[in-house]
Ligand binder design. Structure first.
Ligand code: GLC
Length: 438
Protein backbone atom coordinates (compact mmCIF):
# COMPACT_ATOMS: atom_id res chain seq x y z
CA UNK A 1 0.00 0.00 0.00
CA UNK A 2 1.40 3.37 -0.99
CA UNK A 3 2.70 5.44 1.87
CA UNK A 4 0.49 8.52 2.37
CA UNK A 5 3.41 10.83 3.16
CA UNK A 6 5.25 9.69 0.02
CA UNK A 7 2.13 10.28 -2.11
CA UNK A 8 1.69 13.77 -0.65
CA UNK A 9 5.39 14.46 -1.21
CA UNK A 10 5.09 13.46 -4.86
CA UNK A 11 2.17 15.87 -5.32
CA UNK A 12 3.89 18.78 -3.55
CA UNK A 13 7.15 18.40 -5.50
CA UNK A 14 5.68 18.20 -9.01
CA UNK A 15 6.69 21.82 -9.85
CA UNK A 16 10.10 21.25 -8.23
CA UNK A 17 10.82 18.22 -10.41
CA UNK A 18 9.86 20.28 -13.47
CA UNK A 19 11.89 23.36 -12.50
CA UNK A 20 15.21 21.51 -12.16
CA UNK A 21 17.40 24.63 -11.73
CA UNK A 22 17.51 27.11 -8.85
CA UNK A 23 19.63 29.88 -7.37
CA UNK A 24 20.96 29.56 -3.80
CA UNK A 25 21.85 32.94 -2.25
CA UNK A 26 24.08 33.13 0.84
CA UNK A 27 24.17 36.71 2.09
CA UNK A 28 24.57 38.25 5.51
CA UNK A 29 27.02 39.89 7.90
CA UNK A 30 29.70 37.32 6.96
CA UNK A 31 30.00 39.05 3.54
CA UNK A 32 31.91 41.85 5.31
CA UNK A 33 34.82 39.75 6.70
CA UNK A 34 34.49 38.01 3.30
CA UNK A 35 36.02 34.74 4.50
CA UNK A 36 32.90 32.58 4.10
CA UNK A 37 29.74 32.13 6.18
CA UNK A 38 31.44 30.05 8.89
CA UNK A 39 33.98 32.76 9.71
CA UNK A 40 32.61 33.31 13.22
CA UNK A 41 32.92 29.63 14.07
CA UNK A 42 36.25 29.08 12.33
CA UNK A 43 37.85 32.12 14.00
CA UNK A 44 36.02 31.57 17.33
CA UNK A 45 34.80 35.15 17.35
CA UNK A 46 32.97 36.43 20.42
CA UNK A 47 29.54 38.08 20.06
CA UNK A 48 31.21 41.46 20.58
CA UNK A 49 33.84 40.81 17.89
CA UNK A 50 31.11 39.87 15.40
CA UNK A 51 28.91 42.83 16.35
CA UNK A 52 31.22 45.25 14.49
CA UNK A 53 29.89 43.79 11.22
CA UNK A 54 26.31 44.33 12.40
CA UNK A 55 27.10 48.01 12.99
CA UNK A 56 28.52 48.29 9.45
CA UNK A 57 26.05 46.22 7.36
CA UNK A 58 24.57 48.71 4.89
CA UNK A 59 23.22 46.66 1.96
CA UNK A 60 24.27 49.79 0.07
CA UNK A 61 23.84 48.25 -3.38
CA UNK A 62 21.31 45.55 -2.54
CA UNK A 63 18.97 45.30 -5.49
CA UNK A 64 17.07 41.99 -5.52
CA UNK A 65 15.56 42.86 -8.89
CA UNK A 66 19.09 42.59 -10.30
CA UNK A 67 19.53 39.25 -8.54
CA UNK A 68 16.20 38.06 -9.96
CA UNK A 69 17.17 39.24 -13.44
CA UNK A 70 20.45 37.29 -13.23
CA UNK A 71 18.58 34.18 -12.10
CA UNK A 72 15.95 34.52 -14.84
CA UNK A 73 18.60 35.08 -17.50
CA UNK A 74 20.38 31.92 -16.35
CA UNK A 75 17.18 29.93 -16.76
CA UNK A 76 16.65 29.40 -13.04
CA UNK A 77 13.06 28.74 -11.96
CA UNK A 78 13.35 29.15 -8.18
CA UNK A 79 15.59 30.74 -5.60
CA UNK A 80 16.48 30.18 -1.94
CA UNK A 81 17.80 33.10 0.17
CA UNK A 82 19.43 32.75 3.59
CA UNK A 83 16.88 34.54 5.78
CA UNK A 84 19.05 33.55 8.74
CA UNK A 85 22.34 31.64 8.71
CA UNK A 86 24.09 29.94 11.64
CA UNK A 87 25.33 33.34 12.94
CA UNK A 88 21.75 34.17 13.90
CA UNK A 89 21.60 37.41 11.90
CA UNK A 90 18.09 37.87 10.47
CA UNK A 91 17.51 39.52 7.11
CA UNK A 92 13.83 40.06 7.93
CA UNK A 93 12.08 42.30 10.49
CA UNK A 94 11.69 39.65 13.15
CA UNK A 95 10.06 40.70 16.42
CA UNK A 96 11.93 38.04 18.37
CA UNK A 97 15.44 39.45 18.33
CA UNK A 98 17.20 42.78 17.73
CA UNK A 99 19.90 41.01 15.69
CA UNK A 100 18.26 41.86 12.40
CA UNK A 101 18.79 43.87 9.23
CA UNK A 102 16.31 46.67 10.09
CA UNK A 103 18.56 47.51 13.08
CA UNK A 104 21.69 47.81 10.93
CA UNK A 105 22.52 50.74 8.60
CA UNK A 106 20.57 48.74 5.96
CA UNK A 107 17.56 49.83 7.99
CA UNK A 108 14.91 47.66 6.39
CA UNK A 109 13.41 44.20 5.85
CA UNK A 110 15.55 42.60 3.13
CA UNK A 111 13.49 39.41 2.83
CA UNK A 112 10.38 41.41 1.88
CA UNK A 113 12.22 43.04 -1.03
CA UNK A 114 13.64 39.65 -2.10
CA UNK A 115 10.31 37.81 -2.27
CA UNK A 116 8.67 40.73 -4.11
CA UNK A 117 11.46 41.03 -6.68
CA UNK A 118 11.70 37.31 -7.46
CA UNK A 119 7.94 36.82 -7.63
CA UNK A 120 7.77 39.79 -10.02
CA UNK A 121 10.33 37.98 -12.19
CA UNK A 122 8.18 34.83 -12.15
CA UNK A 123 10.67 32.91 -10.03
CA UNK A 124 9.46 30.76 -7.12
CA UNK A 125 10.71 31.91 -3.73
CA UNK A 126 12.39 29.86 -1.06
CA UNK A 127 13.99 30.78 2.24
CA UNK A 128 16.89 29.07 3.96
CA UNK A 129 16.54 29.07 7.75
CA UNK A 130 19.34 27.93 10.04
CA UNK A 131 18.02 25.83 12.93
CA UNK A 132 21.43 26.45 14.47
CA UNK A 133 21.80 29.89 16.06
CA UNK A 134 25.16 30.90 17.46
CA UNK A 135 23.79 34.25 18.66
CA UNK A 136 20.96 32.97 20.84
CA UNK A 137 21.88 32.66 24.54
CA UNK A 138 19.85 29.45 24.97
CA UNK A 139 21.61 27.60 22.14
CA UNK A 140 24.40 25.30 23.40
CA UNK A 141 27.80 27.00 23.42
CA UNK A 142 30.59 25.20 25.33
CA UNK A 143 31.25 21.72 23.92
CA UNK A 144 29.00 22.16 20.91
CA UNK A 145 30.42 20.76 17.66
CA UNK A 146 30.79 24.10 15.94
CA UNK A 147 29.62 27.00 18.16
CA UNK A 148 32.16 29.88 17.98
CA UNK A 149 32.59 29.67 21.81
CA UNK A 150 32.69 25.86 21.96
CA UNK A 151 36.14 25.83 23.59
CA UNK A 152 35.42 28.39 26.30
CA UNK A 153 34.56 26.78 29.67
CA UNK A 154 33.14 30.13 30.78
CA UNK A 155 30.44 29.56 28.14
CA UNK A 156 28.92 26.58 29.97
CA UNK A 157 25.35 25.52 29.24
CA UNK A 158 23.99 25.15 32.80
CA UNK A 159 21.76 28.22 32.50
CA UNK A 160 20.73 27.76 28.91
CA UNK A 161 17.11 26.73 28.37
CA UNK A 162 16.89 24.85 25.07
CA UNK A 163 13.06 24.79 25.15
CA UNK A 164 13.12 28.58 25.27
CA UNK A 165 15.41 28.48 22.22
CA UNK A 166 12.95 26.18 20.42
CA UNK A 167 10.07 28.54 21.21
CA UNK A 168 12.15 31.34 19.63
CA UNK A 169 13.10 29.19 16.62
CA UNK A 170 9.55 27.98 15.93
CA UNK A 171 8.31 31.55 16.45
CA UNK A 172 10.71 32.89 13.82
CA UNK A 173 9.65 30.22 11.34
CA UNK A 174 6.01 31.17 12.00
CA UNK A 175 6.92 34.81 11.24
CA UNK A 176 8.35 33.78 7.87
CA UNK A 177 5.38 31.52 7.07
CA UNK A 178 2.81 34.20 7.88
CA UNK A 179 4.51 37.46 6.98
CA UNK A 180 5.73 37.06 3.40
CA UNK A 181 2.88 35.58 1.41
CA UNK A 182 3.05 32.25 -0.38
CA UNK A 183 6.50 30.75 -0.09
CA UNK A 184 7.55 27.80 -2.22
CA UNK A 185 10.50 26.29 -0.33
CA UNK A 186 11.68 26.28 3.28
CA UNK A 187 15.29 25.11 3.38
CA UNK A 188 16.25 24.16 6.97
CA UNK A 189 19.95 23.69 7.83
CA UNK A 190 21.14 21.47 9.61
CA UNK A 191 20.98 18.57 12.07
CA UNK A 192 24.03 16.96 13.64
CA UNK A 193 24.88 14.48 16.40
CA UNK A 194 21.89 14.36 18.80
CA UNK A 195 20.70 17.73 17.51
CA UNK A 196 18.20 16.20 15.10
CA UNK A 197 14.52 15.40 14.64
CA UNK A 198 12.55 15.67 17.87
CA UNK A 199 15.40 17.55 19.52
CA UNK A 200 14.12 20.45 17.38
CA UNK A 201 10.49 19.48 18.16
CA UNK A 202 10.40 18.78 14.44
CA UNK A 203 7.04 16.98 14.51
CA UNK A 204 5.33 20.02 16.04
CA UNK A 205 7.26 22.33 13.69
CA UNK A 206 6.17 20.42 10.60
CA UNK A 207 2.54 20.38 11.79
CA UNK A 208 2.77 24.17 11.85
CA UNK A 209 4.45 24.32 8.44
CA UNK A 210 1.89 22.00 6.83
CA UNK A 211 -0.99 23.95 8.39
CA UNK A 212 0.22 27.43 7.46
CA UNK A 213 1.56 26.65 3.97
CA UNK A 214 0.42 23.15 2.91
CA UNK A 215 1.95 23.44 -0.59
CA UNK A 216 5.38 24.47 0.74
CA UNK A 217 8.21 22.00 0.15
CA UNK A 218 10.84 21.43 2.81
CA UNK A 219 14.30 19.87 2.65
CA UNK A 220 15.38 16.94 4.81
CA UNK A 221 17.71 18.68 7.25
CA UNK A 222 15.39 18.73 10.25
CA UNK A 223 16.60 15.15 10.42
CA UNK A 224 19.75 15.15 8.34
CA UNK A 225 22.47 17.15 6.72
CA UNK A 226 24.78 16.87 3.74
CA UNK A 227 26.24 13.73 5.29
CA UNK A 228 23.07 11.91 6.34
CA UNK A 229 19.73 12.06 4.53
CA UNK A 230 17.51 10.73 7.31
CA UNK A 231 14.26 8.76 6.95
CA UNK A 232 13.44 10.25 3.54
CA UNK A 233 15.44 7.27 2.27
CA UNK A 234 13.08 4.81 3.96
CA UNK A 235 9.71 3.44 2.82
CA UNK A 236 8.14 5.03 5.91
CA UNK A 237 9.56 8.53 6.26
CA UNK A 238 8.89 10.55 9.41
CA UNK A 239 6.59 13.56 9.25
CA UNK A 240 9.71 15.74 9.30
CA UNK A 241 11.73 13.74 6.76
CA UNK A 242 11.21 16.54 4.26
CA UNK A 243 10.10 16.57 0.64
CA UNK A 244 13.53 16.42 -0.97
CA UNK A 245 17.03 15.27 -0.15
CA UNK A 246 19.91 17.71 -0.52
CA UNK A 247 23.30 16.24 -1.30
CA UNK A 248 25.89 18.96 -0.91
CA UNK A 249 28.84 19.83 -3.15
CA UNK A 250 28.44 16.51 -4.99
CA UNK A 251 26.08 14.72 -7.37
CA UNK A 252 24.89 11.27 -6.20
CA UNK A 253 26.34 8.50 -8.38
CA UNK A 254 22.93 7.13 -9.39
CA UNK A 255 20.48 9.72 -8.18
CA UNK A 256 18.47 9.01 -5.02
CA UNK A 257 15.89 6.30 -4.32
CA UNK A 258 14.45 5.06 -1.03
CA UNK A 259 14.89 1.56 0.36
CA UNK A 260 11.85 0.43 -1.67
CA UNK A 261 13.43 1.68 -4.88
CA UNK A 262 11.04 4.62 -5.13
CA UNK A 263 12.36 7.89 -6.58
CA UNK A 264 13.11 10.50 -3.93
CA UNK A 265 13.09 14.12 -5.08
CA UNK A 266 16.56 15.56 -4.63
CA UNK A 267 18.58 18.67 -5.26
CA UNK A 268 22.36 18.98 -5.29
CA UNK A 269 23.43 22.28 -3.75
CA UNK A 270 26.76 23.40 -5.17
CA UNK A 271 28.83 26.58 -4.99
CA UNK A 272 30.20 28.49 -7.98
CA UNK A 273 33.60 28.84 -6.29
CA UNK A 274 34.36 27.00 -3.03
CA UNK A 275 32.37 29.12 -0.62
CA UNK A 276 28.68 29.66 0.09
CA UNK A 277 29.09 33.11 1.60
CA UNK A 278 31.17 35.77 -0.14
CA UNK A 279 34.90 35.01 0.05
CA UNK A 280 37.02 37.75 -1.45
CA UNK A 281 40.10 35.57 -1.96
CA UNK A 282 38.27 32.63 -3.56
CA UNK A 283 38.57 33.13 -7.32
CA UNK A 284 38.33 29.42 -8.08
CA UNK A 285 35.22 29.72 -10.25
CA UNK A 286 33.64 26.77 -12.03
CA UNK A 287 33.31 27.32 -15.79
CA UNK A 288 29.92 27.71 -17.42
CA UNK A 289 30.59 24.40 -19.19
CA UNK A 290 31.11 22.74 -15.80
CA UNK A 291 27.85 24.23 -14.51
CA UNK A 292 25.95 23.07 -17.62
CA UNK A 293 27.36 19.58 -17.26
CA UNK A 294 26.51 19.49 -13.53
CA UNK A 295 22.92 20.53 -14.30
CA UNK A 296 22.61 17.90 -17.06
CA UNK A 297 24.07 15.24 -14.77
CA UNK A 298 21.56 16.11 -12.03
CA UNK A 299 18.60 15.97 -14.42
CA UNK A 300 19.88 12.75 -16.02
CA UNK A 301 19.59 11.27 -12.50
CA UNK A 302 16.14 12.78 -11.72
CA UNK A 303 17.55 15.61 -9.64
CA UNK A 304 17.82 19.38 -9.44
CA UNK A 305 20.76 21.74 -9.19
CA UNK A 306 20.66 24.56 -6.65
CA UNK A 307 23.59 26.73 -7.73
CA UNK A 308 24.93 29.19 -5.18
CA UNK A 309 25.87 32.84 -5.43
CA UNK A 310 27.39 34.75 -2.52
CA UNK A 311 26.72 38.51 -2.82
CA UNK A 312 29.39 40.83 -1.38
CA UNK A 313 29.08 43.22 1.60
CA UNK A 314 27.31 45.79 -0.55
CA UNK A 315 24.78 43.27 -1.88
CA UNK A 316 26.25 42.72 -5.34
CA UNK A 317 26.56 39.28 -6.89
CA UNK A 318 30.25 39.01 -7.90
CA UNK A 319 30.83 39.94 -11.54
CA UNK A 320 32.52 36.59 -12.19
CA UNK A 321 29.38 34.78 -10.99
CA UNK A 322 27.15 36.97 -13.15
CA UNK A 323 29.30 36.22 -16.21
CA UNK A 324 29.07 32.47 -15.63
CA UNK A 325 25.29 32.68 -15.13
CA UNK A 326 24.95 34.65 -18.37
CA UNK A 327 26.88 32.03 -20.34
CA UNK A 328 24.82 29.24 -18.78
CA UNK A 329 21.72 31.24 -19.69
CA UNK A 330 22.74 31.36 -23.35
CA UNK A 331 22.97 27.57 -23.37
CA UNK A 332 19.67 27.26 -21.51
CA UNK A 333 17.96 29.58 -24.00
CA UNK A 334 18.85 27.09 -26.77
CA UNK A 335 18.61 23.86 -24.82
CA UNK A 336 16.30 24.39 -21.82
CA UNK A 337 13.77 21.91 -23.29
CA UNK A 338 16.28 19.16 -22.47
CA UNK A 339 16.23 20.23 -18.80
CA UNK A 340 12.81 21.48 -17.74
CA UNK A 341 10.38 18.66 -16.96
CA UNK A 342 13.00 16.11 -17.94
CA UNK A 343 14.45 13.31 -15.86
CA UNK A 344 16.20 9.99 -16.04
CA UNK A 345 15.98 8.26 -19.42
CA UNK A 346 14.74 4.75 -20.14
CA UNK A 347 18.08 4.04 -21.80
CA UNK A 348 21.54 3.38 -20.45
CA UNK A 349 24.00 6.26 -20.25
CA UNK A 350 25.74 6.56 -23.63
CA UNK A 351 29.52 6.50 -24.01
CA UNK A 352 29.69 10.05 -25.39
CA UNK A 353 27.62 11.85 -22.77
CA UNK A 354 24.26 11.67 -21.04
CA UNK A 355 20.54 11.29 -21.73
CA UNK A 356 17.64 13.21 -20.29
CA UNK A 357 14.07 12.34 -21.24
CA UNK A 358 10.55 13.69 -21.18
CA UNK A 359 8.01 11.27 -22.69
CA UNK A 360 8.80 10.62 -26.38
CA UNK A 361 11.58 13.22 -26.35
CA UNK A 362 14.97 11.74 -25.58
CA UNK A 363 17.76 14.33 -25.36
CA UNK A 364 21.25 13.25 -26.29
CA UNK A 365 23.76 15.44 -24.46
CA UNK A 366 26.95 15.01 -26.45
CA UNK A 367 29.90 15.87 -24.27
CA UNK A 368 32.65 14.25 -26.35
CA UNK A 369 32.97 13.55 -30.06
CA UNK A 370 33.40 10.05 -31.42
CA UNK A 371 34.83 8.75 -34.68
CA UNK A 372 32.53 6.78 -36.95
CA UNK A 373 29.25 8.27 -35.88
CA UNK A 374 27.55 8.71 -32.53
CA UNK A 375 25.83 5.53 -31.45
CA UNK A 376 22.26 5.42 -30.07
CA UNK A 377 22.54 1.93 -28.67
CA UNK A 378 19.65 -0.45 -29.35
CA UNK A 379 17.55 2.35 -30.83
CA UNK A 380 17.56 1.15 -34.45
CA UNK A 381 14.01 1.37 -35.82
CA UNK A 382 12.73 3.28 -32.79
CA UNK A 383 13.52 6.83 -33.88
CA UNK A 384 11.10 9.15 -35.66
CA UNK A 385 13.55 12.02 -36.20
CA UNK A 386 16.68 13.76 -34.92
CA UNK A 387 17.11 17.52 -34.58
CA UNK A 388 19.97 19.66 -33.30
CA UNK A 389 18.07 21.24 -30.40
CA UNK A 390 19.77 24.63 -30.55
CA UNK A 391 18.64 25.46 -34.10
CA UNK A 392 16.12 22.76 -35.01
CA UNK A 393 18.22 21.56 -37.95
CA UNK A 394 17.71 18.03 -39.22
CA UNK A 395 20.24 15.35 -38.40
CA UNK A 396 20.00 12.23 -40.51
CA UNK A 397 20.65 8.71 -39.31
CA UNK A 398 23.84 7.26 -40.78
CA UNK A 399 23.59 4.16 -42.95
CA UNK A 400 27.19 3.62 -43.94
CA UNK A 401 28.96 0.40 -44.98
CA UNK A 402 31.17 0.39 -41.90
CA UNK A 403 28.18 0.34 -39.57
CA UNK A 404 26.41 -2.63 -41.15
CA UNK A 405 27.59 -5.06 -38.52
CA UNK A 406 25.59 -3.24 -35.83
CA UNK A 407 21.96 -3.34 -37.08
CA UNK A 408 20.48 -3.04 -33.59
CA UNK A 409 22.05 0.36 -33.06
CA UNK A 410 21.30 3.73 -34.67
CA UNK A 411 24.16 6.05 -35.65
CA UNK A 412 24.32 9.69 -36.64
CA UNK A 413 26.91 12.32 -37.55
CA UNK A 414 26.75 15.90 -36.42
CA UNK A 415 28.73 16.80 -39.52
CA UNK A 416 28.05 14.32 -42.37
CA UNK A 417 30.99 15.78 -44.33
CA UNK A 418 33.48 14.40 -41.84
CA UNK A 419 34.14 10.92 -40.50
CA UNK A 420 33.95 12.18 -36.96
CA UNK A 421 32.08 14.76 -34.96
CA UNK A 422 34.83 17.16 -34.16
CA UNK A 423 34.59 19.97 -33.23
CA UNK A 424 31.23 19.65 -31.51
CA UNK A 425 28.83 22.50 -32.37
CA UNK A 426 28.75 23.32 -28.66
CA UNK A 427 31.82 22.05 -26.80
CA UNK A 428 30.06 22.47 -23.45
CA UNK A 429 27.17 20.19 -24.43
CA UNK A 430 25.68 19.66 -27.89
CA UNK A 431 22.10 18.49 -27.53
CA UNK A 432 20.32 16.37 -30.11
CA UNK A 433 16.57 15.94 -29.70
CA UNK A 434 15.65 12.33 -30.48
CA UNK A 435 11.93 11.94 -31.09
CA UNK A 436 11.04 8.35 -30.38
CA UNK A 437 8.35 6.52 -32.29
CA UNK A 438 5.16 6.10 -30.29
C1 GLC B 1 26.49 23.50 4.93
C2 GLC B 1 27.26 24.72 5.36
C3 GLC B 1 26.35 25.91 5.40
C4 GLC B 1 25.67 26.09 4.07
C5 GLC B 1 24.96 24.80 3.70
C6 GLC B 1 24.38 24.89 2.30
O1 GLC B 1 25.52 23.19 5.90
O2 GLC B 1 27.76 24.49 6.64
O3 GLC B 1 27.12 27.05 5.68
O4 GLC B 1 24.71 27.11 4.21
O5 GLC B 1 25.86 23.73 3.69
O6 GLC B 1 23.91 23.62 1.96
Amino acid sequence: MENKLIAERAERTKWFNEARFGMFIHWGLYAIPARGEWVRSQERMTHEDYLRYFEEFSAAEYNPRQWAAAAKKAGMKYAVLTAKHHDGFCLWDTKLTDFKAPNTPAGRDLVKEYVEAFREAGIKVGLYFSIIDWRHPDFPHYGDRQHPLRDDPKEGNENRHFDRYLEFMHGQIRELLTGYGRLDIMWFDFSYNDMAGEKWKAKELMEMVRTLQPHLIVDNRLEGSGENSGTILTANPSTYAGDFACPEQMIPPAGIKNEAGEAVPWEACITLNNHWGYCQMDKHWKSAAMVIRMLVECVSKNGNLLLNVGPDAKGRIPAASVAILEEVGRWMADNGESIYGCGIANFDKPEWGRFTQRGKKLYAHILESQAGGLCLANLAGKIEKLRLLSDGSEIRLADFWNLKEYPEHAFFFLNPESADNYPLPDPADTVVEVTLKA
